[in-house]
Structure formats: C-alpha cells, structure tokens
Design a binder for this molecule. Structure first.
Ligand SMILES: [Zn+2]
Ligand SMILES: [Zn+2]
Length: 104
C-alpha cells in the first residue's frame, strides 16, 4: 500500500499517513496513532452492554469484536462491530457502530 507523507493530526509528526478520517474535520492518522485510536475505541466498545433485540434478554455474548477504518465510504469512518448471540432465544445479531464525528 502506498502512503503519502503528511502531518499526523494526533501526534504532529510528519510521517506516512495510513488513514484519513472525518471527525470534526478531516483527521490524518499515522500508523501508530491509528493503532492507538482503534485500540481505545475497541476497549470502549467492549464496555457496551447489549440486549437481544428479539427477546430483550441481557443473556447475550459478543463475539469477534473489532474496530477498523471503513475504506469504502467517502469520507472514511472508524467503525466498531461484533456479532451478538442471544443464549435465551438463539438469535444472532450483527452490530456495527460508525463514528460520524462531532455535531457541528
Ligand atoms: Zn501520529
Ligand atoms: Zn433473545
């Protein structure tokens, strides 16, 4: 993959930019800051308590939670997703949260 050099919006280093994400405005991330941001959001995402939307049970498990940067949308957005399985009714749900940035 080809990275263009620019100034990372987070650490201020002039380095390879691996992602551009729209937050308040366009935010440029270097590899290190991108990894940190995705890890932090994954930690926060893992704190979220989900309920089954079919039967309302809180007896659910979250599997394969991950964060990433969606490269298909323009502008790119950070997302977190996971598969939720209800142990009471055996239904599965895919949840996807996308960062749409601050309200202007
Ligand atoms: Zn950086
Ligand atoms: Zn259920």
């Amino acid at each position: 993959m080809d990275f263009e050099k620019d100034t990372c919006s987070i650490c201020g280093k002039y380095t390879d930019i691996t992602a551009k994400v729209l937050n308040e405005r366009e935010t440029l991330y270097c590899m290190e800051c991108q990894d940190k941001e995705l890890k932090r959001m994954l930690d926060n995402f893992n704190q979220i308590k989900f309920y089954c939307i079919k039967c309302g049970s809180s007896n659910v498990t979250k599997s394969d939670p991950k964060t990433g940067i969606s490269l298909t949308d323009i502008p790119n957005a950070i997302y977190a997703n996971a598969l939720i399985t209800c142990k009471d009714c055996d239904h599965r749900f895919f949840v996807n949260m996308e960062d749409h940035g601050k309200i202007n």
